[in-house]
Each structure stands twice: as structure tokens, then as C-alpha cells.
Design a protein around this ligand. Structure first.
Ligand SMILES: Cc1ncc(COP(=O)(O)O)c(C=O)c1O
Length: 399
């Protein structure tokens, strides 16, 4: 299998947004400012001459300890920072290291789509046989039909790659998923579950009117699954500094040993001063993992309500993360052309979902990121309302 050589849909839509001076709700970037305290910790660590050399490949130990405390505190599950937690260069590098470490060429893997765009390349570089299972995305919710996963499961399946809360749909982990996975894990003892929890603390009340976060859930909370699961996290997402490129892996010791063996040759270690800064920031007050919650919940409520009142679009509010999906119920353009068209005419840039599918399935849904200033969201809803006026079911596309 070859990796696609074209530019990513994110780069494409962002370039188009700037060409047409459109509001960029396409890129997944968080535009909310990170905590000034984190920035001060960054400066302090950068200014310390003793913090500019490699750390241990597994990561700066106090950061691993901090992550162990966070897991205990917010998920009630402990990991040993010595043998079970490793710091990586973002969740992205973690995923590539995990795939390389735990599989061999020709092994089979199953992943869920629409899928974050680095999953397929990670599986392809690992030369795995990758099977994609599609979520069922409806205005009433997002459904994961486990019987579709069952169709591909066999003793040859080495890896099941999941993502909760899910990008781009906002689908969160449900207790019923845990039950199914426990049963699967017992039936296939060689299977490893890899779960991308980049948005791990962002569990929202399903009703966007209620600006309420729910306690986060994780596969690690099942004692059985904890032993079969590799958790991939993004510290960049947690602290709102994705450019710092910090992530982590939490996994049982035997799996961690294998993952670290690969990780050390891919990148050796992540940036020392930035690891130090994040360790100090999060250990001083663990509740800082919720730093963006109020702003994100406020924006989810406002944006969903604006889209519903100003436009005729179907709106799917997320139960986690910071993306909302929209779809016109009367649309004959392929989603990619539609996204380009909206960028040029409505001057709102969105991400079409077809590039999140292995075979380019077009579900008609577009992804909008609401981690943006409130004014921008108001303006975006208004502009979309000019193309899809409220009360009309037919899209008026004035090319
Ligand atoms: C689901 C998911 N996984 C992983 C990542 C990448 O995380 P990182 O920036 O830590 O590499 C993202 C970034 O948008 C994401 O949405």
C-alpha cells in the first residue's frame, strides 16, 4: 500500500480559507489561548541551562508521575510511571511507535472511520492489512455497530484501533462498548486494543443547552481491558499547546517495554524543557486538565443554537471534543466540492468527511471546529444561514 502523496485536506482547506479570506472553522486547531501560567512555566524551563539535554527516552520522570496521578484521580486507575507510562512527541508519534512495536508486516488491524487522518498511514507504514468499519452518523446520534467489527475479527487481528472521544463525530465511549470489548478481548487473547484518547477529558452532557462536562470515561477503567489496552494521549490537546508536540502512552508493562524499544529509535525523547513545563503546570493543580471546558461548553451551546436558528442544516452536536457536524438534507455536490464552494461563497471553511474514509465515502457531513472566538462563530452561522436559510429545506447555492 502506498501513502497518499497529496496535501492533507486540512492543508488544502486552510489554504483555500486564506485565499478567499474565509472564516477558518476547518482546521482542528484550538484558537483559544492557553493558560498564561503554562507559558510562564515554559519560559522558566527554557531559561534553565540545566534543562536542555535529552531526557530518558521514556520521558521526564516527574511528567510520567504526574500522568499517573491524573489517571488515578480522574479515572481511578493506576499506572506505574516507571514501567507503564512513556512520553512521546504528540499522540501522532505515539500511534506510529505503537503500531511498529506491536505488529509485524501482514498482521491484520481494524480501525473505525471516519478516522483521524494519520491512522491509515500508520497502519500502511506498518504494512498491516487494515480493515475499516464505518460509524453510522445520523442527526439523532452516532452509532458504532459492533457486529460490523465482528465481521473482520479473527485470530489474525493483532490490533483494534479506536478513538474516544471521536474526531470528527464527537462520539464518546459508552458502557455498552466496554462490555462488548471485554467479551472480544476474552475471545481473542492476542488482540491489543489501541485507543486514541487525544480528547480524553472532554466528555460533555449530550444536551448542548446544558453547559456541563461529564466525568471522563476510558477503557482503562475496566480491569480486564486495562491489561489489553494501549492508551494514547495528547498533552498538547490537554493543555492547549499542540505545537509543543507532547503526547503519551499508558500501557501494561510488557507492552510498554516493546513500545519504548521502538520509540527510542524514532525520536529518542520529547523536548526536555517542554516536558518539564507541562509537568510543573499539571502537578501544581490537576484540575488544569479542565482549563478549556467552560469556554468550549459555552461555544458548543451557542454555535449549535445559532446554526439551528439561522440555517436549515442538520446539526450534530458532539458529546466530546470540539467539532460539530453539519449536513444539508438536500445536497447534490460531493462533500469536498461543497466545502470548497462554501469557502468561496459563504466564506466559511469546513472539513468534508470523505478524506476521513479509506474509500472516500461521502456521507454529506462537514466538520466545523468551534474552538474559536465567539464572534467568529456568530459570523459563521450567519453566513451559512445565507446559503441555507432557516425554514428552507432546499440548499440555495448561488455560484
Ligand atoms: C483524534 C486525534 N488523535 C491524535 C491527534 C494528534 O495529536 P497530537 O497533536 O498530540 O499529535 C489529533 C489531533 O487533532 C486528533 O484529533
Amino acid at each position: 500500500m502506498r501513502i497518499s502523496e497529496g496535501e492533507s485536506i486540512f492543508a488544502h482547506m486552510t489554504a483555500l480559507a486564506s485565499q478567499y479570506e474565509a472564516l477558518n472553522l476547518a482546521q482542528g486547531l484550538m484558537w483559544l489561548q492557553t493558560s498564561p501560567v503554562l507559558l510562564e512555566e515554559g519560559i522558566r524551563a527554557m531559561s534553565d541551562p540545566s534543562l536542555h539535554q535529552y531526557t530518558h527516552p521514556a520521558g521526564f520522570y516527574p511528567l510520567r508521575e504526574t500522568l499517573a496521578h491524573l489517571s488515578e484521580r480522574f479515572f481511578g486507575v493506576s499506572y506505574d510511571p516507571v514501567s507503564e507510562i512513556s512520553i512521546t512527541v504528540g499522540a501522532t508519534q505515539a500511534l506510529f511507535s505503537v503500531v511498529q512495536a506491536l505488529t509485524k508486516p501482514g498482521d491484520e488491524a481494524i480501525f473505525i472511520e471516519p478516522a483521524y487522518d494519520s491512522y491509515l498511514p500508520a497502519l500502511q507504514i506498518g504494512t498491516l492489512k487494515a480493515y475499516a468499519v464505518s460509524l453510522d452518523i445520523r442527526p439523532s446520534g452516532v452509532f458504532l455497530h459492533w457486529e460490523k467489527v465482528e465481521r473482520y475479527l479473527s485470530p489474525r487481528t493483532r490490533l483494534l484501533l479506536l478513538n474516544f472521544p471521536h474526531n470528527p463525530t464527537g462520539r464518546v465511549l459508552r458502557p455498552s462498548d466496554v462490555k462488548v470489548l471485554e467479551e472480544i478481548a476474552q475471545r481473542f487473547p492476542e488482540l491489543v486494543i489501541v485507543v486514541d484518547e487525544a480528547y480524553e477529558y472532554m466528555y460533555w452532557h449530550p444536551d448542548p443547552e446544558r453547559e456541563e462536562a461529564l466525568p471522563p470515561r476510558s477503557l482503562r477503567q475496566s480491569p480486564l481491558l486495562r491489561e489489553k489496552t494501549v492508551i494514547v494521549g495528547s498533552l498538547g490537546k490537554v493543555v492547549g499547546a499542540t505545537g509543543w508536540r507532547l503526547g503519551y502512552v499508558a500501557a501494561p508493562a510488557p507492552l510498554t517495554t516493546r513500545i519504548r524499544a521502538v520509540h527510542q529509535f524514532i525520536t529518542f525523547c520529547a523536548s526536555t524543557p517542554l516536558q518539564v513545563a507541562v509537568a510543573r503546570y499539571l502537578s501544581a493543580d490537576p484540575h488544569r486538565v479542565f482549563y478549556f471546558h467552560a469556554a468550549l461548553l459555552e461555544r458548543r451551546k451557542a454555535f449549535v443554537s445559532l446554526l439551528r436558528s439561522h440555517t436549515s442544516l442538520e446539526v450534530l452536536p458532539p458529546e466530546g471534543g470540539y467539532f460539530v457536524l453539519v449536513r444539508s438534507n438536500n445536497q447534490d455536490l460531493p462533500d469536498r466540492l461543497l466545502a470548497e464552494h462554501l469557502t468561496r461563497t459563504a466564506k466559511v471553511a469546513a472539513i468534508p468527511l470523505s478524506p476521513f474514509y479509506k474509500d472516500g465515502t461521502d456521507s454529506g457531513w462537514l466538520r466545523l471546529c468551534f474552538a474559536r472566538p465567539m464572534d467568529m462563530l456568530r459570523e459563521a452561522a450567519q453566513r451559512l444561514g445565507q446559503v441555507y436559510p432557516a425554514g428552507l429545506s432546499i440548499a440555495h447555492l448561488n455560484e
